[in-house]
Design a protein around this ligand. Structure first.
Ligand SMILES: C[S@@+](CC[C@H](N)C(=O)[O-])C[C@H]1O[C@@H](n2cnc3c(N)ncnc32)[C@H](O)[C@@H]1O
Length: 279
């Protein structure tokens, strides 16, 4: 449709233009998450999905903010522990405080690869990271359900040296892996490819002990490109099998090494997370 009102035509300058590879008719986890975080990089269909979530679970906004804060603390912890390479799988739309920002605040020479299966994330990431040194940063579209598509990806290998420790982030990612898609097998395959001294960061949605509300909220993802599967603390801890958990282990994310006092109402944050080292 030509936009005669603006005279900007129907190309990239037209209001509401989206690249042809972006499907705006189906909600996407990255864009629902952006909406919950209060961002602006989503479409009506994503907003409608987020509304379903928020109607059942108004605290979902705080949950995603706490999850982002956990990501920041985990990356900072690992950078301070000496890790200079980060593989962020299920990046989401990168905003301020993304993995590279935090890692480079500690290690200015940190190498960071962002991986997501959603092309909209790649579009935003490329815009945000335009001008970044290609020796230190890459953006890759790949699906973690095929770990080899990440691990053997030439762009990943071009930036990260698999002979030196790498921190792999799968933050708020694995609840998009259905039970039959074998999340433990995916994490194990990634862990095997890493050298000793590497680390894995995982956060994951739980049902918060209220399965009915959780089921209602998760309907927000029913018609999205991936659905939401909750796992319990035991299953989330099992994802770290063979890794040495950093204290305090797998906990509600606000309780993972908080800066200062942890919020007292942490039980209302239905995300568990932890960090494990490969020794
Ligand atoms: C909820 S967002 C989390 C973003 C970020 N990691 C954070 O915690 O702030 C989940 C991201 O995982 C991505 N994702 C879901 N399934 C995926 C898959 N099979 N392979 C790669 N990325 C996936 C989604 O596109 C989305 O960007």
């Amino acid at each position: 449709m030509d936009d005669t009102a603006t005279g900007l035509g129907d190309g990239p300058l037209a209001p509401g233009w989206t690249p042809p590879e972006i499907d705006t008719t189906k909600a996407h986890p990255a864009r629902i998450y952006d909406c919950l975080l209060g961002g602006k990089d989503h479409f009506d269909v994503d907003r409608q999905a987020a509304e379903v979530v928020l109607k059942a679970l108004p605290s979902a906004r705080e949950m995603v903010q706490e999850n982002r804060a956990f990501l920041g603390r985990a990356v900072r912890h690992l950078a301070e522990a000496g890790i200079t390479q980060f593989l962020d799988i299920g990046t989401g739309i990168p905003g301020p405080g993304n993995t590279g920002d935090v890692a480079r605040s500690v290690r200015p020479d940190a190498r960071v690869v962002y991986v997501d299966y959603d092309p909209v994330v790649a579009v935003h990431s490329r815009a945000l990271l335009a001008g970044a040194d290609p020796a230190l940063t890459a953006i890759v579209v790949a699906d973690v359900r095929e770990p080899a598509s990440v691990l053997d990806n030439p762009a990943v290998r071009g930036v990260l040296d698999f002979d030196r420790p790498i921190a792999v982030l799968m933050v708020a990612l694995l609840h998009f892996i259905k039970p039959e898609e074998d999340a433990p097998g995916i994490v194990a395959a990634i862990g095997e490819a890493l050298p000793p001294g590497s680390a894995v960061v995982i956060s994951h949605g739980t049902d918060g002990g209220d399965p009915e509300t959780s089921a209602e909220a998760r309907k927000g993802w029913d018609n999205a490109t991936s659905q939401f599967t909750v796992r319990d603390r035991e299953s989330i801890t099992a994802l770290f099998d063979g890794l040495e958990l950093v204290p305090p282990g797998v906990v509600n994310v606000p309780l993972w090494r908080p800066d200062g006092a942890a919020r007292e109402d942490w039980a209302g944050i239905w995300f568990d997370g932890g960090v494990g080292f490969k020794r």
